[in-house]
Design a protein around this ligand. Structure first.
Ligand SMILES: [Ca+2]
Length: 490
């Protein structure tokens, strides 16, 4: 059986080699999106799909014939999951979906006592607490044992980290403004006078904050008035400074700084002081504190009255200093602080609610597990959907939850991949006690590469058995393999 959407048109094709002949042509169902399908007791397809944010139910009653109607028991929403309950003439369906406001809503379709005029009815609305986001589709399962008609819904919520790591500065790229110097002019808008200027920028493909500059120590007569000026451009905060003591620490409190400004076109910065030693140091600086934005700082036409600057117009040679292109006579300085560690973490919670009477009354949401290590500290992520599986084969009936748990946090702002693996947590349906966080891994670390997507399907002949299928990254981290196993609950 396949179901697909092409240009927002739903098609259905069965190939079960039984009642339906194999390899039948696709049937047009309806225009719409996000179809989900189950088979009824007669192996006819029931499809729920969306038109805009409205849900519709397409019931196949014979080959190429569909009865289609809006689901009146549903509000506007999206991302429906669909399951069936009961058996034979008592068969009904439950859908769960994300409501437009972010809550969860369940609706059911069931036959009336004489089987006439079945209709969709609202069943339950579950609120997501303020500050949290619904992070998954709603998992659903249904199982009747001798005493109860269990229905379980489960989902993942996400609460963003209130204290994310703060990016500090990383080294910018220093270069000459005119890469064609001296034979031709490149970037003339970045040259104030002559044929060249100096500039630095963050990597435009992976922009990071920076705080960097150039300084030069010059000889003076102590007690001389000194005036330093330069022309600058920057979407960064640019400024010039003088250390009248001749020091080279840009954080020194002895430096007199100009005002700090951004400047879209060449602007002159000027500052003056009195030398109080035989050397003074002049600074050209550009700092940029935003992440994910390109930034550039340009300086040209520096001038020092009271002494003489080397390479003040940046018309001399640029030499490589630790892979940075620095104008001769000047020395680069920069902050390279990597990242301040996060003081908290995002919280992912697997939650569930269940009913023992076929969906009439439901428990309040029950917390199953979080991305919490055995030490109690938050770590990792639960990045995907959660799939419930009810079993009456266990000593008391239980519901198991299968989800991805990606343990450990990569260094802040790094490209490292978290190591996600399929995990299992279990709640006792009678006592409502659940496994400790973050549940247990279904498969050992050394046989599972990082998992990116997970789906499960219940075995129609053995309700305590689930097929689990996942994609895992190959060593190039882009290509994926698909793996499958099965889980039996006893
Ligand atoms: Ca110049």
């Amino acid at each position: 059986m396949t179901i697909g959407t092409t240009r927002r048109t739903n098609f259905y094709r069965s190939a079960d080699q039984g009642t339906h002949p194999a390899d039948t042509p696709s049937e047009f169902v309806a225009d719409g999106t996000n179809p989900t399908v189950i088979l009824n007791q007669f192996n006819y397809a029931q499809v729920v799909f969306e038109i805009g944010y409205e849900f519709h139910h397409a019931a196949q009653f014979m080959r190429d014939s569909w009865q289609i109607g809006r689901i009146d028991g549903a509000n506007l929403g999206h991302d429906a999951t669909f399951t069936k309950f009961g058996s034979h003439l008592d068969l009904g369906y439950i859908i769960a979906y994300r409501r437009a406001g972010g809550d969860i809503h369940l609706a059911e379709w069931k036959t009336t006592p004489y089987g006439f005029f079945p209709a969709w009815q609202p069943l339950q609305t579950i609120s997501i607490p303020a500050g949290e986001e619904l992070h998954s589709s709603i998992g659903l399962d249904y199982l009747e044992d001798s005493e109860n008609r269990w229905a379980v819904a489960s989902w993942v919520t996400f609460r963003p980290n209130p204290n994310p790591s703060t990016p500090l500065f990383s080294a910018p790229i220093f270069e000459q403004a005119n890469p064609l110097y001296p034979s031709e002019i490149g970037n003339p808008n970045h040259i104030h006078s002559g044929l060249n200027a100096t500039r630095w920028k963050n990597d435009p493909l992976r922009p990071k904050p920076y705080s960097a500059g150039l300084h030069q120590v010059v000889s003076v007569s102590s007690g001389t008035p000194i005036q330093f000026s330069a022309w600058g451009i920057g979407n960064s905060n640019i400024r010039i400074g003088i250390d009248p003591t001749g020091g080279t620490d840009s954080n020194s409190t002895t430096i007199t700084w100009s005002a700090s400004n951004t400047s879209a076109s060449f602007t002159e910065f000027s500052i003056s002081t009195i030398a109080n030693s035989s050397q003074v140091t002049v600074f050209l600086e550009g700092s940029f504190s935003e992440s994910d934005s390109a930034s550039i700082t340009v300086w040209d036409s520096a001038k020092l009255q009271g002494s003489s600057l080397a390479n003040a117009g940046f018309e001399g040679t640029f030499s490589s200093q630790n892979s940075l292109q620095i104008p001769d006579g000047w020395t680069a300085y920069l902050e390279d602080g990597s990242f301040a560690p996060a003081t908290a973490d995002a919280i992912y919670t697997v939650l569930t609610a269940w009913s023992s009477d076929g969906g009439v009354s439901w428990t309040a949401p029950i917390e199953v597990v979080q991305n919490r290590e055995t030490s109690g500290s938050l770590s990792g992520a639960i990045p995907s959907n959660v799939f419930p599986l009810i079993s009456a084969e266990t000593e008391t009936p239980t519901v198991s939850f299968i989800y991805l748990y990606a343990a450990g946090n990569p260094p802040a702002n790094s490209e490292f991949i978290r190591f996600g693996r399929p995990h299992l947590a279990q709640c006792d349906l009678i006592s409502a006690e659940c496994s400790p966080s973050p549940g247990s891994s279904l498969l050992e670390r050394d046989i599972v590469r990082p998992v990116t997507q997970l789906v499960t399907a219940k075995d129609v002949f053995d309700p305590s058995r689930d097929s689990i299928v996942w994609t895992s990254r190959q060593s190039d981290t882009i290509s994926h393999d698909i793996f499958a196993t099965h889980l039996v609950l006893r």
